[in-house]
Design a protein around this ligand. Sequence first.
Ligand SMILES: NC(=O)c1ccc[n+]([C@@H]2O[C@H](COP(=O)([O-])OP(=O)(O)OC[C@H]3O[C@@H](n4cnc5c(N)ncnc54)[C@H](O)[C@@H]3O)[C@@H](O)[C@H]2O)c1
Length: 259
Amino acid sequence: MGTRLQGKVAIVTGAGSGIGRACVLRFLEEGASVVATDIHPSALEKLAREAAEAGGKIVTVAGDVTRREDVARIVQAALSAYGRLDVLVNSAGITPRTVRAEADFEERWEAVMAVNVKGTLLMCHAAVEAMRASGGGSIVNLASVMGTVGYPTHLPFSDGFNAYPQSKGAVVQMTRDMGVRLAAEGIRVNAVCPGFVYTALTENVTGNPEIHELMKKSHPIGRLGTAEEVANVIAFLASDEASFVAGAIWAVDGGYTAQ
Ligand SMILES: NC(=O)c1ccc[n+]([C@@H]2O[C@H](COP(=O)([O-])OP(=O)(O)OC[C@H]3O[C@@H](n4cnc5c(N)ncnc54)[C@H](O)[C@@H]3O)[C@@H](O)[C@H]2O)c1
């Protein structure tokens, strides 16, 4: 489709599903060499087959972004395979809903913060070292509209103690702070804030017809987004076309936070 990411080496976390998966396929179309990582090895195997069918080849590494040794292994895989690192997309993320059923609010909070905040932090920390050695780079973090506004009151887990919006608020601030600190070194750190997007993460919303309709109406554009629409913006931010974009928080939300 393009050459936006020609010659770039990219790591995508959470690549087994949703937005991460869409980024991998989009990045391949744009000429990138991609290392795809996820906690679910079977999802990575499926993705590698899909990539091959589309004429692309990816390196896959199974790992947990909350574990420092896994994170080191993921970044090392990019360096071993391609000798450099230019792009990191932090798409691994969970909601309280996906934590084990018996968990109380504290356990859910810790689990969500671990993946969404600590996972993003550890990946950035390891990637920045590799990017410095490569002469610069671009990091795109997956925040959310929930990182800038409160959780919709008609959804489950809207009791004010949901870690999801808190975790995404942290990702927004992490992005700004790293963006400010690293810009002069040629490492651009930005975040996207998607509205509600059709993925496994939002199945509780889209699986309930009443809530689904409500959520469509909450987006001025009148619908939810697709993973591909988010990947389009991420591909741009990852590329040199976004060379003057640093520490920025990009809404990709059909107008959700503009109202
Ligand atoms: N779908 C939406 O509406 C939406 C909106 C705003 C932001 N986001 C954010 O975008 C990102 C991607 O979401 P998605 O909708 O594609 O979700 P998804 O559930 O479809 O995919 C997330 C992937 O992350 C992986 N993952 C979970 N925990 C992990 C861990 N500890 N280590 C490694 N991988 C792990 C999962 O296995 C899964 O493949 C998340 O950070 C999410 O919070 C999603």
